[in-house]
Design a protein around this ligand. Sequence first.
Ligand SMILES: Nc1ncnc2c1ncn2[C@@H]1O[C@H](COP(=O)(O)OP(=O)(O)OP(=O)(O)O)[C@@H](O)[C@H]1O
Ligand SMILES: [Mg+2]
Length: 234
Amino acid sequence: MIEFSHIRKVYDSSFEALRDVSLTIENGEFVFLTGQSGAGKTTLLKHIIMEEFPSDGMLSVFGRVSSTRHHPKFSEIAKLRREMGIVFQDIRLLSDRTVFDNVCFAARVGGGTERQIKRRVFEALTVVGLSHKNSNKPNQLSGGEQQRIAIARAIVNEPKLLVADEPTGNLDRAISDDIFSLIEQINSWGTTVIMATHDRSFLERTHYREISLDHGQLVRGGGSRIITGNYQKG
Ligand SMILES: Nc1ncnc2c1ncn2[C@@H]1O[C@H](COP(=O)(O)OP(=O)(O)OP(=O)(O)O)[C@@H](O)[C@H]1O
Ligand SMILES: [Mg+2]
């Protein structure tokens, strides 16, 4: 479970990117994260993966707590990251490595024998429909294919949580729909999904919760179990 309690994030000592955000996401949920450009979506996701820490308030991700006073140790954050798959807004594939190596690099973090690792890589590439491109370099792939490799990399260790930051940004309708179906499929296997998107069509045709930010403030969808009593602000 993921809980944000009165999270405030200040960049450059004055700019408030998140303002008093409280929300709860249950295991297995599919949640959209929306809001105009600059609203704080990526900042919120970076708190979940503990790449950023709150200036105020407290958050808990699968039992690891981050607050102004306390950050989990690096080793705890590394453990937490092994439980999640992350699709970054800027994709972040290694350009000098093959598709296979890109996914394999992540698979190694999940452990296992060399044989098990390779099998997981092939399975993940098969799920995204790109096992035949395993020896290509990222720059030999289309934008949609690169996005699918990023998803393969994110799911290769069967994460409890998939964090996807605009996984269909800049892709055409048909390819965006394919990628969205893929992410829904991953959710149907039990993985919690948080997906930042500008694409209203996904929201219009599904019933998943929409968490919406406006200038860093939560304006919709914080969840039915907003915790205010357990945590102290500050
Ligand atoms: N590292 C940083 N240092 C300073 N300001 C930052 C930093 N990261 C983000 N910001 C600012 O915080 C605000 C929220 O940024 P964020 O990337 O979270 O928005 P977003 O909702 O993901 O936008 P987009 O839809 O364009 O991806 C923006 O005004 C941005 O300029
Ligand atoms: Mg963003």
